[in-house]
Design a protein around this ligand. Structure first.
Ligand code: NAP
Length: 176
C-alpha cells in the first residue's frame, strides 16, 4: 500500500479560499491528473462539493469522500466515515489524499509521501496546507518552473518522503 498526499500551496501556506482553489495552473492540473489516474482519490466532503459538476466524480479514478454523515450518498463516489475506513477498504491500492485542510490533517500520520506544488506568490486564504516537520520528511526536488508561464505563476514541485512510513515506490522525478 502507498498513501500519497498531494496539494498546491501559496508561499504563505494557504491552499484555498471560500471552498475554491487559489490558483489555476493548467500544467499542475495536468500533473495532478497524470499522478492520480487509475488510483484511489480520498477527499473531504467540502472538496467534493467544490469540484465543478463536469469533473465530479474525477474520471478514471475511484472517488472516496470522507464525511461523518452516515446517511450520505453521492453519485459516483463512495462515502467513508473515517480515514481508517478508507485506508482499510483500499489497502491494496495507491491512495492519493487530495484535500482539503481537514482531510490532510487527518491523514498525515499515515502518508508515505507528500507531493507539494509550492507557488511563489502570497494569497489570501481560509484553509492551510499541513505542516511538514523537517525532521520527519526527506525532501526530493521534482520540478522547478524555469519560465514564468502566461499567468506569471512561478512554482516548484517537491516530494517529501515520510521517513517514519518509509517504503514508497519510486516515481518519475520530473514532469512537464
Ligand atoms: N490547493 C489544493 O491542493 C487543495 C486541494 C483540495 C482542496 N483544497 C481546498 O480546501 C478547501 C476545503 O478544505 P476543508 O478543510 O474546508 O474541507 P475538506 O477537508 O475538503 O472537507 C471537510 C469535511 O470532510 C469530512 N471530514 C473531515 N475529516 C473527517 C474525518 N476524520 N472523518 C470523517 N469525515 C471527515 C467532514 O464532512 P461532514 O461535514 O460531511 O461530516 C468535513 O466537514 C477548499 O477551499 C478547497 O478548494 C485545496
Amino acid at each position: 500500500m502507498t498513501i500519497t498526499a498531494i496539494y498546491c500551496r501559496s508561499d504563505n501556506g494557504f491552499i484555498g479560499k471560500d471552498n475554491r482553489l487559489l490558483f489555476n495552473i493548467p500544467e499542475d492540473l495536468k500533473f495532478f491528473k497524470q499522478m492520480t489516474e487509475g488510483h484511489v482519490v480520498v477527499m473531504g466532503r467540502k472538496t467534493w462539493e467544490s469540484l465543478p459538476e463536469k469533473f465530479r466524480p474525477l474520471p478514471n479514478r475511484t472517488n472516496v469522500v470522507l464525511s461523518r454523515d452516515k446517511n450520505l450518498k453521492l453519485d459516483g463516489a463512495e462515502v467513508c466515515n473515517s480515514i481508517e475506513d478508507a485506508i482499510y477498504r483500499y489497502a491494496d491500492k495507491h491512495i492519493f489524499i487530495i484535500g482539503g485542510e481537514q482531510v490532510y490533517n487527518t491523514a498525515m500520520s499515515y502518508v508515505n509521501d507528500v507531493i507539494v506544488t509550492h507557488v511563489f506568490l502570497d494569497a489570501e486564504g481560509d484553509v492551510k496546507a499541513p505542516k511538514l516537520d523537517a525532521e520527519l520528511y526527506m525532501c526530493q526536488n521534482m520540478y522547478f518552473s524555469t519560465t514564468i508561464n502566461d499567468k506569471k505563476i512561478h512554482y516548484k514541485r517537491t516530494r517529501y518522503i515520510n521517513l517514519k512510513n518509509y517504503g514508497v515506490k519510486p516515481i518519475k522525478l520530473s514532469f512537464e
